[in-house]
Structures are given as structure tokens and as C-alpha cells.
Design a protein around this ligand. Structure first.
Ligand code: PEP
Ligand code: MG
Length: 913
């Protein structure tokens, strides 16, 4: 049996987005719930895949399409390709995942010389008919025949100028007829063939072009950027829908709307429309549209119908909808709906509001938000105290603030942006082919188009600031400059955008960090109540800990103590500790470090009380605290030259009997001083050479260091325990957890544990305070995973160090891979993700799962977490929840994302595969 490739809107299953695409499924659904959708049908994504596979339409498809066209003719009482009432259709792409503007659309298909004549006769409106014709020729020429827009645009512009007309609506029927004629000539000149008059050939070429657009560069880039895998969307459906016209006169209009304001989340009519226009005019930003509110005055009856449509859409889909409508001679049609893409603040607000309105459940309120989206709320705002004055104001199309160098085309933006420069893409209006420029830019500025223009929609989806329709700016691409009043902005000049107000500034304006809204606090509160997994922070200083607290961290899952050594007052002591040749000398340095560490721990425990603070004993190889061999050799060379200079000066002075007295500072600079410095550097160099290893990350670090220099770990353990005792004396509930890095065997843990036990006994006796703490291990070597049962016998907790574990499992250097071959591996699809960012559940994850199972078999109440970078990544958190971890730990600013991800992981557990 052959597959069924075609479904009418009245038949298709509105839930089967994979087969019918999002747009197609919604058209079916809307038709079936009684909304006024023009009749049409969907060609399935399976048909697209079959076409792409064999480079020809699959068997049976074309017969089914012609049959459906026959039904459309009947339903509408029209005929395809001829009079007296010609059927025209739109042909639109639509995959399972929304990819705004990424694939192609053709309108008015079915026009040829015969149907054009009938349309003129039938409507008595030659202007309308020629307008439809010229639009069709251009769109069809571009999409199906591959002719660049500019080839058409130049004729259009020339005739407009000749006619002395500013707006398209003022072109007459004769002008549009002339334009259509020119366009037909363009097609003939560019393809060597006449524009196809056979409407079935038009349809077939259009369907094939839409199928092919699935593999077009734009669509492929978009899918890669947004990680849309073939599991999520495979192939595009094609929607063929009876045309309705918003450009047949003043009782016609076309518009787009959101059921709530996508910038703020407010429940209000939001959108834009144009009277006497066709859909593409609104989206492309060619004419600046009017806000929907104006329709209430202009077309009150239809406005009421639109409000009703809005309400129906939202209550049916239980989600904010982004819809398109057309009014044809006073009748309102809904042409499309999809879930609205909003910025994070609006997503959070609508979640909280829709739950309060009883429209959605609390679970849905959380699940509808992709946790990564919250990242936007951590974006900066312009400092409100700035006295800088904007030079232009446009529409606040996507919030956030950004500064960068102006760049006037997407290719250059991509190039410069990828070189690490901050870039603002400045265009008259943007088009889908500019998408790569968006990815590389900090913000987008356009001089034309509304809040639903391409630039606005795409920037909002990406969470990048956008100012649209800043009409005070004249962009001159040819001269690579923009004129704003008396200012000229050249390419490369720095400007700042405020996407929340629509203001544009010259130069870089200071920004402020964002703040948590009450709505976000409420949502994350629900998340905490829902989740099983706790979210901790990786924080090394009391300041970072207190910031992490503000983000809602439930403790510290990793304090890297080596980071505490880097402050100016500590590093010299640490260096003395490393350079020490005897245990006594080393102890002397450690005695100086002890009070510093203890004071830090007291602060950390206090900030986090009564939540746990996991302190990891020293991990990195010692050489990391010393200058490099290269630097030292340089310094030694300079000092030797300097010694010669000092020596020479002394000899010279001695030979002059009445030499003048030198200023003090110079007099003090003796050869002895220089020699001292030289000796120190030479000693350090010797140590550096001694410590040198070929693979330091696999070398003398972590617990290996702790075992060979037991006094270092002893000092740290003492500092932790003394801090705990001090907190206890001050009535602070401290929950320290001592964590040992790089462990491979329980013998190592036993070694460190002995020191812990000895010091605990000593301090308890000394202080009279009973000390409470946990003792545990990182699991970051492959052997630790395989010996988890044994390790669990000596540990209260495990923490997966998935940075090192990933390095070990892949045999990829974590220092180098991301700058060398990993991007290519990701681009070519050899690896879907960067494993240092997203947990590799199949390799690293499998080892983790084994360690969890075997660890808990040994010790049921074993607490287990993760503190590698992947611990803040939503997909990784889902896996961590699935294998039963108790907590994840990540950098402070990712904590809110992880909190929501932890709740969503729990809610989605049943669907985990
Ligand atoms: C890890 O290896 O995952 C870890 C958290 O430790 P570090 O990154 O400090 O090696
Ligand atoms: Mg590690």
C-alpha cells in the first residue's frame, strides 16, 4: 500500500505535527473547531522526505494533489487556471518545529493570462488583479525559478520613480500592468523560458521548490543553531490554501497578531495590520503597519470579531498564539496560528498569569518555558542614570541592551562577530537570508518595519535586543554609512541599542545587571517545590556565594579552594609553600595560609547556613601557581643584563674621584640586590623544571598531591574544621562537606580520612564542640566509576566531576579540544553537542549510571551530585534526574535555569527515553 501523502484541512489530525507540520496541523485543527479558515489541504512531511530521497515526487502524490484541487474548485465554486471565477492558492512550507521565515511561500498561484483576464472581469478591478499578478510572478520567480529579488525590484523601483509615486498603494492599474509585463520579461531573460502558463505546472514547480527549501542553507543553518534534530522535525509539509485577499479595497486588510503582548506578556490585543494590503507587506516591513488598536476605530465590527478570534485561539490552544488574518471584503479569515515566540520576561509573566486565570495548570506553566530562555533575564539593561541622549528612536522590538560596532550587511557581521568583535547589524529591513548575521550580532537595528517585522520576530526568538522601524535613520548601504539627523554613523562606529525603549545612542553606554521579577521568583518557587533534584552553586569566594544565594542556590556544590589562593595577599605565600625545600619551610608557609583559609570558610559557611558547602581539597598541579618556564627565562635574561649595567655603573663611579652623590633609590640598587632577585628566579625556574610534566592534567594533581604533601591537605582540613567549630560557637549552623578530588581507589580516601579523623578528635577535644561534617569524593576518573561500590564504603557522598570525566572518557584534552577540532565535529554532525557543555549521556552518562547503581547498592543513603559544567545544562539535568542524582551544582547565573530544568525534568520523567 502506498502512503497517504495528502490530507484536506477538514480531515488532517491537528495533533500530528510531525506528519503535517505545525502550520498544517493547526490549519486542520482550526478548520475542525469551526474557525473561518479558507479551504485547503496539506502535503505531508513524508512526501517531502520521499521527494528529497529520490529527487522526484513519490508515486501517487500528484494524483492526490489534483484530486484535492478538484475538491477545492468544488468547495469554492471556482476553477483553477481559468474563468469565470478563478481559483488562486497559496503554497506555504511548514515543518514540525516553527522556523519563522526560514522556508518559502508563494502566493496567488494559479494566475496566468487567462485567469488574470477573468479576475479583472470578475472583480472589475484591474489594479487589484495586476497587483496580484506581479506579486505572484516575483515570488514564483524567486522561490521556484531561483531569480534574485533585485532583478524584479529594480524594475519596480524604476516604474515607481517614473510615476513619481512614494507608496505602492498609489500605483495605478496601468503601472502594475507595466510592472507585470517587465517581470515576465525578467523571467524569460533569466531562465530562457516563458513564465509557465500551465497552472498545474506552476503548482508542481512550487511544491518541489518548497520541498527543496528544507535543505536550503537558511533552513539548515537555522536548524543547526537551534539544535533542531531530525527527531524533532524531519522534512517540511506543504500547505495549499485558497487565496483570500486583503488588497481588494478599503474593506480589506491583512494583519498579524499575538494573543498577548510578546514583549511584556500583558494581556492585551497586540499586533499590526494594513488596510488594502497583502500579508507579505506586513511581515516584510515594506509599509509601516498600524497597531491593532486602531482597527477598533476603523473597522469596529471586524475588530470585535478579531477579539473573539483571539479569545477562541487562546482558550483552545491553552497557549499564547501568534496568528495571521486577512479581511476580504468584510469577511475575517484566520490564515495561520502557532505558539507565540516571546522573550523570557513575557514567557514568565504569561505563565504566572495564565495559571492565575485558570487557563493552564501549574505544571504546564513551568513546562511551557524552555529553561534556557531564562538566560535572557540575566541580560543587562541600560543604566537609567546615564545622561547620554538618544540620537534616534524606533520601535522597542526586542528588549535588552547592547553596544557594538555598526555593520551594514550580514556577511560582514558574521565575519567580524566570529572574530570576537561586538557587532550591531544595521539594515533598512532584514530578510531571512540575513539570519547568519543575527547569530553573530549583539543587537539589530532597522530603519523600516514594525514589531512583527522579520528583524523583530527573529531577534525576540534569539533574545537579542532589536530596535525596528527607526525611521529617523537613513541607511546608505552603498556608502556604508547611516545618517541620523546631523550625525553620520560610519561602518565600524560604536552604537548602543535599548531594545526595551527603542532608543539608539552613539558610543557605548553603561549597562546594569538585570533583576529578578516577582513573577520569576514565583515561578522558580513552584519549580523548587516540584523538583526532586536540588540546585547548588559552584562558588569559591564569599562574594560569589552570596550572589549564588540571590540566584536561589541551595548550597555550594563545589568550592575550588585553589581559586582562593589567587588573591594578591595569598599567592606569594602559596609560592613560598611550593618553593620550600624542607617540610619545616613548607609548614611555615602553611601556617600563614591557615588563618586566611579559615576566615574564608567561616564567611562561606555563614552565607550558606544552614545549607551545605562542599569544599574540595587542593586539586590542580602545583606548577599552575608559578610563572611559566618561558616567562622565567625572559625575566632571568633581563636581570642578567641589569646586573651588568649595575656592575658597570659601580666601576664607573669608582673610577671618578669626585663623583656626585647618587639619589637614595639608585644608591640602594647594588649588585647584591640584583643577584638576590636573580637567585630567586633561578630557584623558581629549577622548581618549574622539576614540576614539569608532559600531561599535567593527568599527572601530579588532586589527591595524588594530597598524599605526597600531606601537610597541605592537613592545613586545609584543619581550616575547614576550625571554621566549623567557630561557626558552632557563634550559633551558626554550618554544614561543611570535605571533598577529595581525582580519586581512583578507596585506599586514597582512607589515607585522607585518617588525617580528617585525627584532626577531628584533636579539635573536638580542644574546642569542646562536637563537629558535624560529611566526607566524600569526586567521581571524575574512569576507575572511580568502576570502583564506585568500594568508594561508597568510605564516602558519605559522590560528586561527578564531569569535566575531567568527559576528558577521560573521550580522551579529549579539555584544554584544547574546544578550540581545535570540536567545532568541526559539531558542524559536520560527527558529534551532536560539545560534550564539555552537554553531558554525553551515552558514554559518560553510562559510567555515571553504573556508579550510581553500584554506589547505592553499597550505601543506600549515598548522596550523589554533579559539579562539572554540564550540571547547569537543562538536557543534562534531565538525565541527572533520571539516574537519581540528589543535586546538580553549576555557576551562579545558571542556577535559575537549573532550578526550572530540575522541575521540568521531574515533570517529564515518564517521557524520558
Ligand atoms: C570536574 O572535573 O568536573 C570538576 C568540577 O573539577 P575541575 O573542573 O575543577 O577539574
Ligand atoms: Mg576535575
Amino acid at each position: 500500500m502506498t502512503n497517504r501523502y495528502v490530507f484536506s484541512f477538514a480531515e488532517g489530525d491537528g495533533h500530528d505535527k510531525k506528519l503535517l507540520g505545525g502550520k498544517g496541523a493547526n490549519l486542520c485543527e482550526m478548520t475542525q473547531i469551526g474557525l473561518n479558515v479558507p479551504p485547503g489541504f496539506v502535503i505531508t512531511t513524508e512526501a517531502c522526505l520521499a521527494y528529497l530521497d529520490r529527487d522526484e515526487l513519490p508515486d501517487g502524490l500528484w494524483d492526490a494533489v489534483t484530486e484535492e484541487i478538484g475538491r477545492l474548485e468544488q468547495a469554492n465554486g471556482k476553477t483553477f487556471g481559468s474563468g469565470p471565477d478563478p481559483l488562486l492558492v497559496s503554497v506555504r512550507s511548514g515543518s514540525a518545529m516553527s522556523m519563522p521565515g526560514m522556508m518559502d511561500t508563494i502566493l496567488n498561484l494559479g494566475l496566468n493570462e487567462a485567469s488574470l483576464a477573468s479576475l479583472i472581469e470578475q472583480t472589475g478591478d484591474a489594479r487589484f488583479a495586476y497587483d496580484a499578478y506581479r506579486r505572484f510572478i516575483q515570488l514564483f520567480g524567486k522561490v521556484a525559478l531561483g531569480i534574485a529579488d533585485e532583478k524584479f525590484d529594480e524594475h519596480f523601483q524604476a516604474i515607481k520613480e517614473q510615476a513619481g509615486v512614494a507608496a505602492d498603494v498609489h500605483l495605478t492599474a496601468d503601472h502594475l500592468k507595466e510592472i507585470s509585463g517587465k517581470f515576465l520579461e525578467v523571467v524569460q531573460a533569466e531562465t530562457g523560458r516563458d513564465f509557465p502558463q500551465d497552472v498545474y505546472l506552476q503548482l508542481r514547480l512550487a511544491v518541489e521548490a518548497v520541498f527543496r527549501s528544507w535543505m536550503g542553507k537558511r533552513a539548515v543553518d537555522y536548524r543547526r543553531e537551534f539544535h533542531i534534530t531530525s527527531d524533532m522535525a524531519n522534512g517540511t509539509a506543504v500547505n495549499i490554501c485558497t487565496m483570500v485577499f486583503g488588497n481588494k479595497g478599503d474593506d480589506c486588510a491583512t494583519g498579524v497578531g499575538f494573543t498577548r503582548n510578546p514583549g511584556t506578556g500583558d494581556k492585551e490585543m497586540f499586533g499590526e495590520y494594513l488596510t488594502n494590503a497583502q500579508g507579505e507587506d506586513v511581515v516584510a516591513g515594506i509599509r509601516t503597519p498600524k497597531p491593532l488598536q486602531e482597527m477598533e476605530r476603523e473597522m469596529p465590527g471586524l475588530y470585535r470579531q478579531l477579539v473573539e478570534l483571539r479569545n477562541k485561539l487562546e482558550s483552545h490552544y491553552e497557549e499564547v498564539q501568534d496568528y495571521e488574518f486577512t479581511i476580504e471584503n468584510g469577511t475575517l479569515f484566520c490564515l495561520q496560528t502557532r505558539n507565540g515566540k516571546m522573550n523570557a520576561a513575557a514567557m514568565v509573566k504569561t505563565s504566572v498569569d495564565m495559571y492565575a486565570e485558570g487557563l493552564i495548570t501549574r505544571d504546564k506553566a513551568m513546562l511551557r518555558i524552555d529553561p534556557e530562555l531564562l538566560e535572557q533575564l540575566l541580560h543587562p539593561r541600560l543604566d537609567p542614570d546615564t545622561d547620554a541622549r538618544p540620537v534616534a528612536t524606533g520601535l522597542p522590538a526586542s528588549p535588552g541592551a547592547a553596544s557594538g560596532r555598526c555593520v551594514f550587511d550580514a556577511d560582514l557581521a558574521e565575519k567580524i562577530g566570529h572574530d570576537g568583535e561586538h557587532v550591531i547589524l544595521v539594515r533598512e529591513e532584514t530578510r531571512p537570508e540575513d539570519i547568519h548575521g543575527f547569530f553573530a550580532s549583539e543587537g539589530i537595528l532597522t530603519s523600516r518595519g514594525g514589531k512583527t517585522s522579520h528583524a523583530a520576530v527573529v531577534a525576540r526568538g534569539m533574545g537579542k535586543p532589536c530596535v525596528a522601524g527607526a525611521e529617523g535613520i537613513v541607511v546608505d548601504i552603498a556608502l556604508r554609512r547611516a545618517i541620523v539627523g546631523e550625525h553620520i554613523i560610519h561602518e565600524g562606529d560604536v552604537i548602543t541599542l535599548d531594545g526595551a525603549t527603542g532608543e539608539v545612542y552613539l558610543g557605548a553606554i553603561p549597562t546594569l545587571p538585570p533583576h529578578f521579577s516577582d513573577n520569576l521568583k514565583k515561578l522558580l518557587g513552584w519549580a523548587d517545590e516540584t523538583a526532586d533534584i536540588k540546585v547548588m552553586a559552584n562558588a569559591d569566594t564569599p562574594e560569589a556565594a552570596s550572589r549564588a544565594r540571590d540566584y536561589g542556590a541551595m548550597g555550594i556544590g563545589l568550592c575550588r579552594t585553589e581559586r582562593m589562593f589567587n588573591a594578591n595577599d595569598r599567592l606569594p605565600i602559596v609560592i613560598d609553600m611550593i618553593l620550600a625545600n624542607t617540610q619545616e619551610d613548607r609548614q611555615e608557609a602553611l601556617d600563614l595560609l591557615l588563618p586566611i583559609q579559615r576566615a574564608d570558610f567561616i564567611k562561606l559557611f555563614t552565607v550558606m547556613s544552614p545549607d551545605p558547602v562542599t569544599v574540595r581539597l587542593l586539586d590542580p598541579p602545583m606548577h599552575e601557581f608559578l610563572p611559566t618556564q618561558h616567562d622565567l627565562l625572559d625575566q632571568i635574561k633581563t636581570l642578567r643584563i641589569y646586573r651588568d649595567v649595575v656592575r658597570g655603573r659601580q666601576t664607573a663611579l669608582a673610577s671618578i674621584s669626585d663623583a656626585p652623590a647618587l639619589p637614595d633609590a639608585f644608591a640602594e640598587l647594588s649588585e647584591e640586590h640584583v643577584n638576590d632577585a636573580l637567585l630567586k628566579k633561578e630557584r623558581m625556574l629549577k622548581k618549574v623544571l622539576e614540576l614539569q610534566e608532559t600531561n599535567p592534567m593527568l599527572g601530579h594533581r588532586g589527591v595524588r598531591l594530597g598524599i605526597t604533601y600531606p601537610e597541605i591537605y592537613a592545613m586545609q582540613i584543619r581550616a575547614i574544621l576550625e571554621a566549623a567549630a567557630e561557626c558552632a560557637r557563634n550559633g551558626i549552623d554550618a554544614q561543611p562537606e570535605i571533598m577529595v578530588p581525582q580519586v581512583i581507589t578507596s585506599q586514597e580516601l582512607g589515607h585522607v580520612r585518617q588525617t580528617v579523623d585525627m584532626l577531628t578528635a584533636e579539635l573536638e577535644q580542644e574546642s569542646g564542640v562536637e563537629l558535624h561534617f560529611k566526607f566524600g569524593t569526586m567521581i571524575e576518573t574512569v576507575r572511580a566509576c568502576t570502583r564506585a561500590a568500594r568508594l561508597a564504603g568510605s564516602a558519605d557522598f559522590f560528586s561527578f566531576g564531569t569535566n575531567d570525566l568527559t576528558q577521560a572518557v573521550f580522551s579529549f584534552s579539555r584544554e584544547d579540544a574546544e578550540n581545535k577540532f570540536l567545532p568541526m565535529y559539531n558542524d559536520s554532525g560527527i558529534l551532536q553537542d560539545n560534550p564539555f557543555e552537554v553531558l554525553d549521556v551515552f558514554g559518560v552518562g553510562r559510567l555515571m549510571q553504573m556508579a550510581v547503581t553500584e554506589g547505592r547498592e553499597q550505601r543506600q543513603d549515598l548522596k550523589i551530585g554533579i559539579c562539572g559544567e554540564q550540571g547547569g545544562h537543562p538536557r543534562s539535568i534531565r538525565f541527572c534526574h533520571h539516574i537519581g542524582l540528589n543535586y546538580v551544582s553549576c555557576s551562579g547565573p545558571r542556577v535559575p535555569i537549573a532550578r526550572l530544568a530540575a522541575a521540568n525534568a521531574k515533570l517529564l520523567e515518564k517521557e524520558f527515553h
